[in-house]
Design a protein around this ligand. Structure first.
Ligand code: SF4
Length: 363
């Protein structure tokens, strides 16, 4: 779908409005009741930008901590290398359960593992809907926000799930997924924050599927983009709390804290893919709460279609540029600066967009 079709697509606008109605006031209330959330965000931003000055040092430290804890560690400088490493770990003919992970979208991992002959399942309900519909996530946290209950009912029929309402459908998915979790050979997750101090992968969720994806299979792969590295547990915890609170859920539903455990093989892949060499350094402090997307007037019209092939909306301009995709969609921004003011990190997204425009203009 191109941006002009997206603007004409009423279900995108309706879905975003529905989500905005559910979440806008929740974020405002979180910030009013818990003003320390802004201090947490400041601490996390400072730490992330400090680490970005010397990723090499911090990746070495993080890798050593994980190896000492018993994990096998890899480094991928780009998406192709990351896919290849994951593909070699998984092999073929396996059942793979995946937690929702934008970095896995960034490296197109699901499609690659399927091409290798694996059965790969997204275990987050929204991502499963996107997988079955062969669609693109429409928001970084709420991927299937543009589908109505009736549309979801049609999509779920593809895997034999029938339901008269959301509750029945969710129950059907739980039963379907339980079999996949039980039989999965490999579990894959991203990482919301990584603590070097204790080699811990922090992951937040609401559904419980991440816990099952990362703890039941005998082999677990954690995809850790290097912008997620933080020095210690406190900062990692602050980071996931800020991410959840600025999305609209505080306290977060569940916080998983993963590290190597007896009886499971853990592989950690640190992924650079443009991060260590980018000029858009401030974007690296993004915690991916998705608030700038829901609040942006252009995103409200066009959803995630406004942006790059993976990352869309205001944050998507910077992330697409970092990961090697400079899109002319940058010229459609109205530069109103709302994104900057709603962002927990006060990332100057309009300035990033201006720079992208200049770069595109220079060809
Ligand atoms: S740019 Fe800011 S508001 Fe947007 S997703 Fe990142 S942290 Fe959240």
């Amino acid at each position: 779908m191109d941006i002009y079709s997206a603007i004409k697509n009423e279900s995108i606008r309706a879905g975003i409005l529905r989500s905005w109605n559910n979440l806008h006031n929740a974020v405002e209330q979180n910030l009013e009741r818990f003003p320390f959330l802004r201090d947490f965000a400041k601490d996390v931003k400072e730490a992330k930008l400090e680490i970005a000055k010397n990723y090499e040092y911090w990746i070495d430290k993080a890798a050593k901590a994980l190896e000492d804890a018993g994990a096998t560690v890899y480094f991928a400088e780009n998406a192709e290398k990351a896919r290849k490493i994951a593909g070699e770990i998984v092999g073929s003919g396996k059942i793979v359960v995946k937690a929702k992970s934008m970095v896995s979208e960034e490296i197109h991992l699901r499609e690659y593992l399927q091409q290798l002959g694996n059965e790969v399942w997204e275990t987050d309900l929204g991502e499963l809907i996107i997988q079955l519909a062969n669609d693109k996530p429409m928001h970084i946290v709420i991927p299937a926000l543009h589908y109505s209950e009736q549309q979801v009912a049609e999509i779920l029929k593809k895997i034999g799930i029938e339901g008269r309402n959301a509750e029945e459908m969710a129950k059907g998915v739980r039963v379907f997924m339980r079999e996949k979790f039980k039989n999965a050979d490999v579990g894959i997750s991203g990482c919301n924050a990584f603590s070097v101090e204790n080699a811990r992968v922090f992951l937040i969720e609401n559904e419980g599927n991440i816990r099952l994806s990362t703890s039941l299979p005998k082999t677990y792969i954690a995809l850790i983009s290097i912008d997620k590295i933080l020095p210690d547990d406190i900062l990692a915890l602050k980071s996931v709390i800020v991410q959840a609170a600025f999305f609209g859920t505080f306290p977060p539903g569940y916080i998983n804290v993963n590290r190597p455990v007896a009886g499971q093989e853990m592989h950690a892949i640190f992924i650079d893919n443009g991060r260590s060499s980018t000029e858009f350094v401030e974007q690296l402090s993004c915690v991916r709460c998705g608030r700038c997307q829901l609040e942006c007037p252009i995103f409200q019209l066009s959803g995630n279609i406004w942006g790059g092939s993976v990352y869309g909306g205001p944050m998507g301009m910077g992330w697409s540029a970092i990961t090697g995709e400079m899109t002319e969609n940058a010229f459609l921004s109205c530069l109103c600066s709302k994104c900057k003011h709603v962002c927990p990190m006060y990332i100057d997204i309009p300035e990033i967009i201006r720079k992208i425009r200049i770069k595109i203009g220079k060809g």
